[in-house]
Design a protein around this ligand. Structure first.
Ligand code: 5GP
Length: 114
C-alpha cells in the first residue's frame, strides 16, 4: 500500500539522508534499506505521485533524472553494469507515493525480478 509521502520531508530536509547529488530539479540519496552495495534513490523535487501521472511537460525532467543516474553510476565505479528500477503503484511494488528511480549496482543482479 502507498504510505505517506516521506520523500517530501526528505526534499524539505525535515528528515536527514546521505545526499549523493542535489540540483534545482532533483535529489539523489542512499536508500535506507539497501538491496545492493550501491542503492541510490533519484527523485524529482516536483511532486509527482507515480510514473502513471507523468505528462509530456515532465519529459525533460525525467531525462534529467537519467542523466543524473549516468553521472552517479560513473562516480560509483559501476562500469560493469547497474540497474535502474521505477516501481509504479501497488502491483508494481511502489511503497512511497512520490516518483523515484532506484539505481542499483555493485553485485550481479538477477532476472526476472520478484
Ligand atoms: P519503492 O518500493 O516505493 O519503489 O521504493 C521506496 C524505497 O524508499 C525503498 O527502497 C525504501 O527502502 C526507501 N525508503 C523508504 N523510506 C525511506 C527513508 O526514510 N529514507 C531513505 N533513505 N529511504 C527510504
Amino acid at each position: 500500500m502507498l504510505r505517506e509521502n516521506i520523500f517530501l520531508k526528505i526534499i524539505s530536509k525535515t528528515i536527514p539522508v546521505t545526499i549523493i547529488h542535489e540540483d534545482s530539479e532533483c535529489l539523489a540519496f542512499n536508500d535506507i534499506n539497501p538491496q545492493a552495495p550501491v542503492h541510490i534513490l533519484i527523485i524529482p523535487k516536483k511532486e509527482i505521485r507515480t510514473h502513471a501521472d507523468l505528462t509530456p511537460e515532465d519529459s525533460s525532467l525525467m531525462g534529467h533524472l537519467h542523466m543524473v543516474a549516468t553521472k552517479i553510476a560513473k562516480e560509483m565505479g559501476l562500469e560493469k553494469g547497474y540497474r535502474l528500477v521505477l516501481n509504479c503503484n501497488e502491483s508494481g511494488g511502489q511503497t512511497v507515493p512520490h516518483i523515484h528511480m532506484h539505481l542499483l549496482g555493485g553485485r550481479n543482479l538477477g532476472w526476472p525480478p520478484g
